[in-house]
Structure formats: structure tokens, C-alpha cells
Design a protein around this ligand. Structure first.
Ligand SMILES: C[S@@+](CC[C@H](N)C(=O)[O-])C[C@H]1O[C@@H](n2cnc3c(N)ncnc32)[C@H](O)[C@@H]1O
Length: 411
């Protein structure tokens, strides 16, 4: 093992990430991630997901709890973090999670399913590797041809104010000193100094965070970060293609400026330059994107020519909030809101989209576009909709990401 990887292992073994009793992260859905690529997978075998650098398993276990029919493998370099994860897997009686100590720089000993993993997750890890390009290429190589890789790395622009504190601590307590001493100095610095750069940007909680978080952020023994062009270049060198941002709304440059000539000018820029512009104008401390192997590509959106047998499903990253009032003889819907991930909730009042959303309230299974259109035509929730209005509502709910399009093999 190289010296950098050894140092990273020692640091995370002393401070396994994350701290305390972590809340599970619950956003990752394998079928949803696969739906972002145009290539479907061969039917007939269980979906396999690799969490590369799973730490204590908050993302891994959060995803595994909600997808009992998907096989998860979590790997990490840090034995103590894996022990925590293992204990939690046992406590919850999860039969679909395995854990293994594997170094991402080599992937030696990794149990790769025939044909590769359907999904690889890696959140907050690749930027700590001795050579991120080598590690990322290895992950690309164990991905199935139709597979997708969900990657989060640190954003250099969004972490600028954080790196000022890193440099300030380095100046007072150089990196050669023991980590515990650097931690004491760093803590004393943030407790005693009212420094303007420290409270600007998304990093004003330095005083209250746990030591584990403090070490991970400010005392990390090895970390790089990326601006958007640098990240895209890294992905290309690792043999990966961009499918989308995890949250496309965060990368919509046009939404940052008022309507008018300036927005029109921005709209004419190539996508990569629009993303780089957002990186300059907004705080984006994490760059989270979905990648695929060459030969896969972003799925084209459905349009009015969509076939009636097109499969649709409720997006597991979307939440429908319905408030009802009990009247004497009936219930009345008081408010209806759709929240997709951390976006601002969208409110709907009477109208085709509100009716379409209400019709989906108890929809758990995937369904066909034609069946949905028929159901809206016979709806008792609102006035029956014409075929054209119902199809338009379904396409709009897809655009808003209330719905997604699972591949046939994933139904
Ligand atoms: C900031 S933590 C993120 C953990 C987890 N992905 C999460 O989001 O909670 C980084 C993790 O990467 C792991 N790691 C760093 N270098 C690694 C390597 N070369 N091989 C495997 N895991 C590594 C560390 O042990 C640590 O658990």
C-alpha cells in the first residue's frame, strides 16, 4: 500500500466517518439511477450495487433498507468504519448487504458479479485517493456496460472559504504534528477567532461539529477538489461519460439571472460552460453527478409521440404532501405540494396536474402510460380528462421528476 493511502487509512481508522449515531441517507434508488442511461440491463438477475468507500454505511444501509431485492456490497479501507457498518447491518437483519475491506486504488480481492455491477456509488471518497484517476478508472472497469456510477467529489470553488481555515490551521500546527495536537489547535482557533472569511459560505458551523467531521473537513491528511472543467476532464480520462447532475436544478445557469438579454446569452453557451459558470456564481461545495461507460448516453426525454405501453413509476426521490380537512360529510384537499429532493416544494391547486398527482397518491407499482391516461379519463378525483390533457399531464410530471421511466428489465 502506498504511503498516502496508508495515511488516509490511519486517519479514518482513528476517526471513522461519519460520527455518532448517524442518520441513514435514503436517496439512492438503483432503478432510478439506471433510468438515466439509455441502455437497459439484461433481465433475469438481481440488481447489484457497489458502494465504493462506504464508511460506516449511512448511504449503503439507507439504500439497502428500501431495496430489499437489490444486492449491495460496501467496501472501504477503514476496518473500524466497516465494523460499525457490519453491526448496523446485523442489528437490522439485512440479508442484502455484504461488506469487505478493499482498497479503491487496486480493487484487489473485490468480488465482481459476472458482467459487472449495475450501479456503483461513491460519495466523498475519490478526492481522498492517492491517484483519483486510477481509482475512478478501476471503478469504471467494474461497471456493467449499461451500468451507472453515482459520484460525489468536493467542489473547489464551493469550498474556497473552508480551505482558508485549512491553511490557517496548517500555518499554526503544521501537518507533521500528531493529528490530536492539530485537532486541539484547530478547535482552539475556531473557538477564539471571529474571522470574516470563516463565516462566509456554507461553513459557519465549525464550532459545533463533531471531532470526526472537523478532522474530515479541516485536517484531512489527503484531499483534492475539483472545479467543473477539472472534474469533467478527470471523468473523461477515467473513461466515463456524463449522464446528468444528481440535482440538475442546481446547475441551471439561466435560473441565476433575470429573464432578458443576459439569460439569452447564457442559454447560447455550450452546456459545459454553463455548468462552469454556475460553479463561479454559486456555492457548490459538492459536485454530484451520474456517469456511465461510453456506449451509454443520457436518455432522450419522452415527447408527445410516446407509446401507450411506456413504463412509468413514481420517483422515489419525490415526496407528495397532501393536507386534507375532515368536513362533516367528506374530506377536502386543502393543499397539495410536490417536493423533489431538496428543491423548493411546488404547490398545485385545482387543475390537471393536481388531479394527476392525487391519482398517483397510492401508486406503488410501475404502470403504463396508456393505463394512467385511461384512469385519468375515468377519474373520480377531479373532472374526467381528455386523452390529450391526460398525456400532457403525465409528460409534465415526468419533466418535473414526480415520475420516472424505469427500464423494462427493472419493472
Ligand atoms: C468522507 S468518508 C465518506 C464515507 C461514505 N461514503 C459517506 O458518504 O458517509 C471517506 C471514506 O473513504 C474511505 N477511503 C478513503 N480512501 C480509500 C481507499 N483507497 N480505498 C477504500 N476506501 C477509502 C475512507 O476510509 C472513508 O470511510
Amino acid at each position: 500500500m502506498d504511503a498516502i493511502t496508508e495515511a488516509v487509512r490511519a486517519m479514518y481508522s482513528a476517526f471513522p466517518y461519519p460520527a455518532g449515531t448517524p442518520t441513514l441517507r435514503q436517496a439512492t434508488d438503483a432503478r432510478l439511477l439506471l433510468s438515466y442511461g439509455e441502455r437497459g440491463r439484461p433481465a433475469g438477475r438481481a440488481l447489484t450495487v457497489l458502494d465504493a468507500g462506504c464508511g460506516r454505511g449511512v448511504g449503503l444501509i439507507g439504500a439497502a433498507v428500501l431495496q430489499p431485492d437489490v444486492d449491495f456490497l460496501g467496501i472501504d479501507l477503514c476496518g473500524p468504519a466497516l465494523q460499525h457498518a457490519r453491526a448496523e447491518v446485523e442489528r437490522r437483519g439485512l440479508a442484502n448487504v455484504r461488506l469487505a475491506e478493499v482498497d479503491l486504488m487496486t480493487l484487489a480481492g473485490l468480488d465482481v458479479p459476472p458482467g459487472g455491477f449495475d450501479v456503483v456509488l461513491s460519495s466523498g471518497v475519490v478526492h481522498h485517493l492517492a491517484d483519483p484517476e486510477v481509482g475512478l478508472r478501476r471503478l469504471a472497469n467494474v461497471l456493467a456496460p449499461h451500468g451507472v456510477l453515482s459520484l460525489m467529489v468536493y467542489g473547489r470553488r464551493g469550498r474556497e472559504s473552508l480551505y482558508r481555515l485549512v491553511r490557517a490551521i496548517d500555518a499554526i500546527a503544521p501537518r507533521e504534528l500528531p493529528l490530536e495536537e492539530r485537532l486541539r489547535v484547530g478547535r482552539a482557533l475556531v473557538a477564539g477567532v471571529e474571522s470574516e472569511p470563516l463565516v462566509h459560505g456554507p461553513w459557519s458551523d465549525q464550532r459545533t461539529i463533531h471531532d470526526v467531521e472537523f478532522v474530515d473537513r479541516y485536517l484531512n491528511v489527503h484531499e483534492t477538489s475539483y472545479d467543473v472543467p477539472g472534474l469533467f476532464a478527470l471523468c473523461e480520462r477515467a473513461g466515463l461519460e456524463f449522464l446528468r447532475w444528481a440535482e440538475p436544478a442546481d446547475w441551471d445557469a439561466e435560473s441565476l439571472v433575470p429573464a432578458g438579454p443576459l439569460r439569452e446569452r447564457i442559454a447560447r453557451l455550450p452546456a459545459a460552460r454553463r455548468f462552469a459558470l454556475v460553479d463561479e456564481l454559486a456555492w457548490r461545495p459538492s459536485l454530484e453527478l451520474v456517469l456511465a461507460r461510453p456506449g451509454n448516453a443520457p436518455r432522450a426525454p419522452l415527447d408527445a409521440s410516446a407509446r401507450d405501453d411506456e413504463p412509468l413509476a413514481w420517483n422515489p426521490e419525490a415526496l407528495l404532501r397532501i393536507e386534507r380537512r375532515n368536513l362533516r360529510d367528506r374530506e377536502r384537499v386543502e393543499s397539495l405540494a410536490l417536493q423533489v429532493r431538496r428543491r423548493e416544494p411546488l404547490k398545485f391547486e385545482n387543475g390537471p396536474l393536481a388531479h394527476a398527482l392525487l391519482a398517483l397518491e397510492h401508486q406503488r407499482e410501475a404502470f403504463r402510460l396508456g393505463d394512467f391516461v385511461r384512469a385519468l379519463g375515468e377519474s373520480k378525483v377531479g373532472p374526467p380528462m381528455t386523452r390529450g390533457a391526460a398525456r400532457a399531464a403525465a409528460l409534465e410530471l415526468l419533466r418535473l421528476e414526480a415520475l420516472y421511466r424505469p427500464h423494462l428489465a427493472d419493472l
